[in-house]
Design a protein around this ligand. Structure first.
Ligand SMILES: [Zn+2]
Length: 289
């Protein structure tokens, strides 16, 4: 059996990157990618700061509003653009904003499950995290985890960030067949957030966001309710037409920055191409009905 050590994986990533840089030099330069982070452990704050700071040298970080205007064709972007998003509504995201995004002048979208952000005790918060969000992977600081409060979200909004729905209970909608349950997760969550935050919720990110987590019924309900629907399938959103599924790049803070550069180069997009095509065909079909 062949096994790779840490060093050879890193070297492999470096070699791939050199080829990708040559390849990208000849390609269309228009790019619009979206990063998705989740809970950020305290030990990774420095890494995240350095990562975003170094990306800023080559990428134009856009605001949620600029992203909306690009997709609505009100103001078309140019070059290499990047939007930052956070899923799940962990308290750590609030501190990331305060200590990192704020310092780098980055505006982000925070996707939160509406049931989660209403929780007021650590005990209930931990139960929710355990049962609904982190079913198997537990970070080392699990005991310190909790949700952002409604007050936290209001502060984020006042600082120019955007809040989106990430369902009601963080359910996997791909396995949900009942229309009334799906409506609760997709529509009721937006109503609750809208009421609590006194704002219009226009953005929705599927929990999990992989191909299996988005079935026909859930897509139909989501596209009827929201203007912007996000998956976790990787890809370039520059040429998205209205009503197409938005692609995002999940970032793992425990892996190398070179791996992130490989994701951002679009090298791995091929893996998702057919899934996205199938999804968008489903959506077009729905539109005709
Ligand atoms: Zn999630």
């Amino acid at each position: 059996m062949v096994s790779f050590d840490h060093k050879s994986i890193r070297l492999f990533e470096k070699i791939i990157l050199v080829f990708l840089n040559i390849f990208n030099f000849f390609r269309n330069k228009n790019n619009l990618r979206i990063l998705v982070y989740h809970h950020v452990e305290k030990k990774d704050f420095k890494k995240l700061y350095n990562q975003l700071k170094s990306l800023k040298k080559k990428w134009n970080f856009i605001t949620p509003k600029e992203f909306e205007n690009h997709l609505n064709k009100k103001n078309i972007l140019k070059g290499r653009n990047l939007l930052v998003t956070f899923d799940d509504g962990f308290k750590s995201n609030f501190f990331v904003e305060k200590n990192i995004l704020n310092r780098l002048h980055i505006k982000a979208i925070f996707f939160v499950p509406s049931d989660f952000i209403k929780l007021k005790s650590r005990q209930k918060s931990q139960k929710f995290i355990n049962d609904n969000i982190l079913d198997h992977l537990k970070p080392k600081d699990f005991k310190k985890l909790k949700n952002m409060s409604v007050h936290d979200l209001k502060i984020l909004l006042s600082k120019g960030h955007e809040i989106g729905s990430h369902t009601k209970t963080h359910a996997n909608l791909g396995f949900m067949r009942s229309v009334s349950s799906l409506k609760k997760e997709i529509i009721e969550s937006s109503k609750t957030l809208g009421k609590l935050l006194q704002t219009d919720i226009k953005h929705f990110a599927f929990s999990y966001g992989n191909y299996e987590s988005m079935n026909y019924k859930s897509l139909k309900i989501a596209f009827k309710k929201y203007d912007f629907i996000y998956s976790c399938l990787r890809g370039n959103n520059f040429y998205n037409y209205k009503d197409s599924l938005i692609k995002r790049d999940t970032v793992y803070l425990d892996s190398s920055d070179d791996l992130l550069k490989i994701f951002l180069s679009g090298f791995i997009d091929l893996k998702y191409l057919f899934q996205i095509k199938k999804m968008n065909n489903k959506i077009t079909e729905m539109r005709k009905k």
